[in-house]
Design a protein around this ligand. Structure first.
Ligand SMILES: Cc1cc2nc3c(=O)[nH]c(=O)nc-3n(C[C@H](O)[C@H](O)[C@H](O)COP(=O)(O)OP(=O)(O)OC[C@H]3O[C@@H](n4cnc5c(N)ncnc54)[C@H](O)[C@@H]3O)c2cc1C
Length: 441
């Protein structure tokens, strides 16, 4: 039996990093999270997103789904309503119900999910180092040395495993490839940008009514782009809205374009759409808020999610296009699945000779082999949906509209069983482990 605990560094304390740290805290591990953001409050960023039933089940494995649902933000979305530019209904897309999947799809702010996870990380006294940016690694059979900068000072530590949960601009990804003698693909701009803000629903007369708890999320496909809007709080007072449209690439700093320019671009693009789109853009501009501007980057399919002692999860492994509505849910699934396999690895290690590196590498290989086909299929479908958001000519738009009408007409709730009905193996077993670690004190 190994004498000490299995030492792990997690690069990134975002959604997947915080989630996997919580799962692993119930095992024979010593976990440190290194997060490049200066503090917890500076992490409270991001717009609204959909957390699908499959993602909710992973949060439930951490006993946190009910905590998310208790927050002010978070509204169940039984279906998406898809309209044409003139306000006519194209169709409704079911998003899963409690009856069918145990949880419905829930529209929330990203920071609500993050806050629920970080509250629990804090409550569990896990070691989070803020302002700690992972730079490089060096791997050998007996450990991986992680080099980082913390509050400007260089640091390093040798551990048994590095988990790269550091998002699309991952530093762990090139480390994995370097260990394998390869160079990692870089993120590239997809040609699409998302912009949006948060508004009070009563800033536009008649807006509440157009959106309601029965119809909380409406998406409008126009010829020049796409605009979505959703109520996301229980009182039905707040609306998050976002557009996705084609835009020329800019240098990364230039994406911080002034709000006047962002709103001018949106007005020009969407002024001919029916109520409430022009009103919504005018109200957002009048509010004086800076819109979030989110250029969509992608990373080509990775041949390698791991080396001997480094493994990638979430966007570091597979940057999910936002059109999938599955980015956060897939990063949670990764966290739950990898934790499940590491649990088995650590159980075996306790009865054999120790933390064997060959068994560890084969555990990481099983993780990639099991997760990648599912993730790839979701990315493929999301990219197909993303291409619908590009500019269309009159004929292309006519074809697209009628194709969508026909597809949505025959769409059943069961269409999403594969995505929403999926359960990470062993997810229910964490309840017993949590109980045993809390009695251990
Ligand atoms: C601030 C923010 C806002 C977001 N808002 C939205 C949104 O509105 N809608 C949406 O669909 N998706 C949003 N996302 C992306 C979404 O959270 C992810 O696609 C998804 O949750 C996958 O999670 P992840 O844990 O893999 O990556 P992320 O949630 O991106 O987390 C990665 C974490 O790693 C940290 N990090 C990066 N590099 C390093 C490094 N070298 N060393 C240490 N730490 C590092 C980052 O600061 C971040 O906290 C946002 C991400 C962030 C970071």
């Amino acid at each position: 039996m190994p004498s000490g605990k299995f030492d792990i560094i997690i690069a990134g304390g975002g959604i997947s990093g915080a989630a996997i740290a919580l799962f692993l805290s119930h095992l024979n591990t010593n976990v440190t999270i290194l997060e490049s953001r200066p503090s917890r409050t500076t992490s409270a960023e991001g717009g609204i997103l959909m957390l699908a039933p499959n993602g909710m089940h992973v949060l439930n494995g951490l006993d946190l789904a009910h905590k998310l649902l208790q927050r002010d933000s978070g509204i169940q979305v039984p279906c998406l309503t898809i309209n044409d530019p003139a306000g006519g209904l194209i169709g409704k897309v079911p998003q899963g119900s409690v009856e069918r999947y145990g949880f419905a799809s829930t529209m929330v702010m990203r920071w609500d999910i993050h806050e629920v996870l970080l509250d629990e990380v804090e409550r569990s006294c896990l070691n989070v180092r803020w302002n700690a940016q992972v730079n490089a690694t060096e791997e050998s059979d007996d450990g991986v040395i992680v080099y980082w900068t913390e509050h400007g000072l260089p640091k390093y530590k040798k551990v048994d495993l590095l988990i790269g949960a550091d998002g699309i601009w991952s530093a762990a990804r090139p480390s994995v490839f370097k260990c394998l003698g390869l160079s990692a693909p870089e993120p590239t701009y997809s040609g699409l940008v998302s912009m949006g803000t948060i508004l009070d629903v009563d800033c536009i007369p008649g807006f509440y009514g157009f959106l309601s708890p029965e119809r909380p999320c409406v998406m409008i496909h126009g010829r020049k782009g796409f605009i979505g809007m959703a109520l996301f709080d229980k009182q039905g007072k707040k609306v998050g809205w976002w557009t996705t449209h084609e835009a020329a690439d800019r240098f990364r700093e230039e994406w911080r374009i002034p709000k006047e320019q962002a709103f001018r671009e949106m007005r020009e693009r969407y002024s001919d759409l029916a109520f409430p789109v022009p009103q919504l853009i005018a109200a957002a501009e009048a509010s004086g808020d800076q819109p979030f501007i989110w250029p969509v980057f992608e990373v080509e399919k990775l041949g390698h999610w791991h080396s001997k002692r480094t493994v990638l999860v979430g966007d570091a492994a597979h940057a999910m296009p936002p059109h999938s509505g599955q980015g956060t849910s897939q990063s949670l699934e990764d966290a739950g699945y990898l934790a499940y396999l590491l649990r088995q690895y650590l159980e075996k290690s306790s009865s054999t000779k120790g933390f064997d590196v060959e068994n560890l590498t084969s555990t990481l290989a099983t993780y990639q082999a099991s997760r990648q086909p599912r993730v790839d299929a979701i990315i493929e479908e999301a990219n197909r949906q993303g291409s619908q958001k590009k500019k269309h000519g009159a004929v292309g738009w006519f074809m697209k509209k009628w194709m969508m009408k026909i597809v949505f007409l025959f769409m059943q709730e069961s269409w999403s069983d594969g995505w929403f009905g999926y359960r990470v193996p062993g997810i229910e077993e964490w309840a017993a482990l949590r109980a045993s670690t809390s009695t251990r004190g």
